[in-house]
Design a protein around this ligand. Structure first.
Ligand code: PXL
Length: 285
């Protein structure tokens, strides 16, 4: 039996709405990976389309939790960060990377902060600078196109894009430091939607897209990035992990569309969990 891998997921808990930790924990666990959690904040719901949500900032708890783990000499195969609860948490999470980063720890940063050309209103205007610093410390980053533009301080347009535009964005993001870059929400023809990847180590570019399903569903970025982390820890290449994550996410969206669920309530990824290990294994390394 292979040694079981252990991931650390650093995100908020949105109690309702299927995003962040309530998505990362089941998806990564379903792939057979032990998943430790670091909650950055607790909200009654995510912030997309809901009003009146509660918000408890856990900034003060993060370092004491990490210090305790250090005393226990806990080690992780991957650290995967997403939605951070405050600007201050950027430096704290960077410190955690330094504390817990041993050889062969994969640092995956999803710089959750924006969508559809706009920074989320709960974040201050300098938040992208903080996320850029965190991305510079990462091995893998998973921005959407809006987040990519903010990280690069470049103009945003919502597409369709040319392959050259996307390749240039991927290369520019890689020049920030991460050796593997994935950009989500990419369409080359306005009909298909998917994500593009670039692996600096192999020079390989990839794209997987499927027919776009309307409307947009909340939490899909977290479903995608969680499946990507699971596939990378399963030994898949970046291009394979990208394909697996697109397939897993689009199947979740299709089920949700079919059942007519409110698009704020997240997607039905649960029905895909039992097949995730097989999906990851079906693309051989
Ligand atoms: O899905 C990203 C996400 C995570 N956590 C919270 C959010 C969002 C996106 O809006 O609001 C609290």
């Amino acid at each position: 039996m292979q040694r079981q891998k252990r991931a650390l997921a650093i995100h908020d808990i949105s109690c309702f709405g299927r995003c962040s930790l309530t998505v990362a924990l089941p998806i990564i666990s379903a792939a057979g990976i032990e998943t430790t959690v670091m909650p950055t904040a607790v909200l009654s719901t995510h912030t997309g389309g809901f009003t009146g949500f509660t918000y408890r900032d856990l900034t003060q708890d993060i370092l004491p939790i990490a210090n305790h783990w250090q005393e226990l000499e806990l080690e992780f195969d991957a650290i995967y960060t997403g939605f951070l609860g405050s600007f201050e948490q950027v430096d704290i999470v960077a410190k955690i990377f330094d504390m817990l980063k041993k050889e062969n720890v994969l640092i995956v940063v999803d710089p959750v902060m924006a969508d559809y050309g706009k920074l989320y209103s709960i974040f201050p205007p300098n938040f992208p600078e903080g996320m850029r610093k965190l991305c510079q410390k990462a091995d893998v980053i998973v921005p959407n196109l809006t987040e990519a533009a903010l990280l690069l301080d470049a103009p945003y347009h919502d597409g369709p894009h040319t392959p050259k535009e996307i390749d240039d964005i991927l290369r520019a993001l890689a020049s920030l430091g991460p050796k593997q870059v994935v950009v989500t929400g990419v369409s080359y023809d306005g009909i298909h939607l998917g994500s593009a990847s670039f692996d600096v180590n192999t020079g390989e570019f990839s794209y997987t897209g499927e027919t776009r399903i309307e409307p947009m569903y909340h939490g899909t970025g977290d479903v995608f990035a969680s499946a990507l982390v699971a596939a990378l820890l399963g030994g898949r290449t970046l291009a394979q992990a990208n394909e697996i994550a697109v397939r897993f996410t689009v199947a979740s969206i299709a089920r949700t569309k079919e059942s007519g669920t409110d698009n704020r309530f997240g997607v039905n990824f649960e029905a895909g969990l039992a097949g995730l290990k097989d999906l990851i294994a079906s693309l051989s390394a």
